[in-house]
Design a protein around this ligand. Structure first.
Ligand code: AMP
Ligand code: MG
Length: 472
C-alpha cells in the first residue's frame, strides 16, 4: 500500500509529550504480529480528527495500527502508582505506548495510545499483549459509557493479531489483539507519583505547566495556577465519579495509574455494570476486600486525590491542596443528584422534593434489587402523562411492578405534578435521552464473545456496538 495515501501516516501529529523530553518516556518499537484482522473501526471518531470515514480504508487502519508502519517515535510512558493501596514503583506502559497526539477539530489535543502492542522496558515478566476478549470488552465499555454521558476514552480500532495467549482469568489459549484508544491524555496520577518518588520537583513543574496549558486552558498562567489546577481536577474527578455512579458502572481497578490527570475515565479491565443497586458489588475477581466496590468509588477517588497531594505539595502549599480537596463531597453530591434526577426525568426544578425522590428511589432499588438498568429503561419506555393523576399506573407494564412500593409511586406522582402539564414531553424526552434501552450487562458481553469464540461470528458484536452508538 502506498504510504502517502494513508491518512494515519500523513496526519499532522503534535509532539507535545515528545517535546517534554525523555525523562517521561522510553522510545519503543511495536511487536510484529503474525496476522492482522480489523475487527472494529470507530468511524464515529473520525470527524473529530478531521477525517472523513469514506476516505479511510480498512487497510489504512491495519497498516497504521496493526503493522505500525509509521516512522515515528512510539513512547512508552513512565509512571508508578498505588495499586490496592500499596505503592508500586515498577509500573509504566508495559503493553502499550503513546502512538501520537492529534489536534481535534474542536481544538483539543488527543492521544492515540495503544494497548497490546508488545513488550516494553515496563513489561516485567508479562507478554505485552492484550487478549481479544479484553479488546472487545474495552471497545464496548467505552461506547456504553459514552452513550450514558460519562467522559471517557474511546477505542479507535481493534485489530486481532493471530497469537495465542495464556491468561489465568480466561480459558486459554485465547486470541490476541491490539487496540488504539483515543483519549484526552495518558498522563496519570501515577505519572506525578513517580516524579515525587524520584524527588524531581523540576520535572513535576515542567509536566504540570504543560498539563495546565494543554488540558486546563481556562486556567491563567499566574502564580496560583497549580492550586487552580488541583481545584479543577478535584471537580472533574468528583463529576466523573458521579457519572459512573449514576450509570451504575463499577470500574473495578481504581489504582492511581488508572486515574487520568484530565479527569477522564479510561482503562477498562474487569469492569461491570451493576445488575442491581448494591454498594458492595465488586467487578474484579481479585478485589477480595471490596476496595474498589461500586459504592466505594467516591471514597476511593477522593483518597486518590488526597495521595496525589504528595507530589503536588512539592510545588505548592499543602493548605491550598486541602482547600481544593474539601470541595470534593459537595461537587460529587450535587452532580450525582443532578444526574439521577435527569434519569428520573427531571431537570433541577424539583427543590426539596427532588431529594425525597432520589432517596426513595435508591431505597427502592437497594431493598428490592430490581434490575438497576431495567428500572430506568422501563420508566423511559412506559412513561405516560396519565401518571400525574393515577399513581397506580406508574410502571404498570413492568415485570417488576409488584415490587414497586406505593410510597415510591406516590412520590413520583407528586414530582410530576410539580411540572406543568405542557412540559410532560420534556420529562419523556429526558427519560429517553438519559436511559438507553441497551445495557452492557455481563451476560450480554459473554453472549457476544461466545459467537466470536465459537463461530468467529462478529455480527452480534457489531450489532451491539451499533445499538450502543445510537442510544437504542
Ligand atoms: P492494568 O491492569 O491494565 O491497568 O495494568 C497495570 C500495569 O501492568 C500496567 O503498567 C500495564 O502496562 C502492566 N500490564 C498489564 N498487563 C500486561 C501484559 N500482558 N504485559 C505487560 N504489561 C502488562
Ligand atoms: Mg492501567
Amino acid at each position: 500500500m502506498e504510504k502517502s495515501s494513508n491518512p494515519w501516516l500523513n496526519i499532522e501529529y503534535e509532539p507535545v509529550m515528545e517535546n517534554l523530553g525523555d525523562d517521561y518516556y522510553d522510545v519503543v518499537a511495536a511487536a510484529e504480529f503474525p496476522a492482522h484482522f480489523l475487527r472494529f473501526r470507530n468511524d464515529k471518531l473520525l470527524p473529530l480528527l478531521g477525517l472523513s470515514p469514506d476516505l479511510v480504508e480498512d487497510g489504512h487502519f491495519i497498516d497504521a495500527f496493526g503493522r505500525f508502519s509509521a516512522v515515528r517515535p512510539f513512547l512508552a510512558l513512565r509512571y508508578h502508582g498505588y495499586q490496592f493501596g500499596a505503592y508500586n514503583p515498577f509500573l509504566g506502559d508495559g503493553r502499550g505506548f503513546l502512538y501520537g497526539q492529534i489536534r481535534g477539530v474542536d481544538n483539543n489535543l488527543y492521544d492515540l495510545g495503544t494497548k497490546g502492542s508488545g513488550r516494553t522496558p515496563y513489561s516485567r515478566t508479562a507478554d505485552g499483549r492484550l487478549t481479544l476478549k479484553g479488546g472487545v470488552r474495552e471497545v464496548l465499555a467505552a461506547e456504553a459509557l459514552h452513550q450514558l454521558g460519562v467522559k471517557t476514552s474511546r477505542c479507535l480500532s481493534l485489530i486481532e493479531t493471530g497469537e495465542s495467549l495464556w491468561r489465568g482469568d480466561e480459558p486459554s489459549p485465547t486470541r490476541s489483539s491490539v487496540i488504539v484508544r483515543l483519549s484526552k491524555s495518558h498522563i496519570r496520577f501515577g505519572t506525578l507519583e513517580r516524579l515525587h518518588y524520584l524527588q524531581r520537583r523540576d520535572l513535576i513543574r515542567k509536566l504540570l505547566d504543560s498539563v495546565i496549558a494543554v488540558y486546563y486552558p481556562d486556567i491563567p498562567d499566574t502564580e496560583d495556577k497549580y492550586s487552580n489546577f488541583y481545584a479543577e481536577l478535584v471537580k472533574r474527578i468528583a463529576h466523573l465519579t458521579a457519572q459512573w455512579m449514576a450509570a451504575g458502572f463499577c470500574h473495578g481497578v481504581l489504582n492511581t495509574d488508572n486515574m487520568s490527570i484530565t479527569g477522564e475515565s479510561f482503562d477498562y479491565g474487569p469492569y461491570a455494570f451493576i445488575p442491581a443497586y448494591d454498594t458492595q458489588f465488586t467487578a474484579a475477581s481479585f478485589d477480595y476486600g471490596g476496595r474498589y466496590s461500586y459504592g466505594n468509588q467516591p471514597y476511593i477517588c477522593k483518597f486518590n486525590l488526597e495521595i496525589l497531594q504528595l507530589p503536588l505539595a512539592m510545588v505548592m502549599a499543602q493548605s491550598e491542596l486541602e482547600v481544593g480537596l474539601s470541595q470534593f463531597d459537595d461537587y460529587y453530591q450535587q452532580h450525582y443528584q443532578q444526574l439521577m434526577l435527569k434519569k428520573l426525568g427531571y431537570s433541577n426544578d424539583l427543590g426539596i422534593l427532588g431529594n425525597e425522590l432520589l432517596t426513595a428511589t435508591i431505597n427502592l432499588l437497594r431493598d428490592t434489587k430490581i434490575s438497576y438498568h431495567d428500572f430506568f429503561a422501563e420508566l423511559a419506555q412506559g412513561f405516560n402523562s396519565s401518571w400525574r393523576s393515577h399513581s397506580n399506573l406508574i410502571l404498570e407494564n413492568a415485570t417488576f411492578y409488584p415490587q414497586v412500593t406505593a410510597n415510591w409511586r406516590n412520590c413520583y406522582r407528586k414530582c410530576l405534578n410539580q411540572i406543568p402539564l405542557v412540559e410532560m414531553d420534556l420529562v419523556s424526552d429526558r427519560l429517553v435521552n438519559y436511559n438507553p434501552q441497551t445495557a452492557l450487562m455481563r451476560p450480554l458481553i459473554e453472549s457476544v464473545w461466545q459467537a466470536i469464540t465459537e463461530e468467529n461470528d462478529w455480527q452480534p458484536f457489531s450489532n451491539l456496538v451499533h445499538k450502543l452508538q445510537h442510544k437504542m
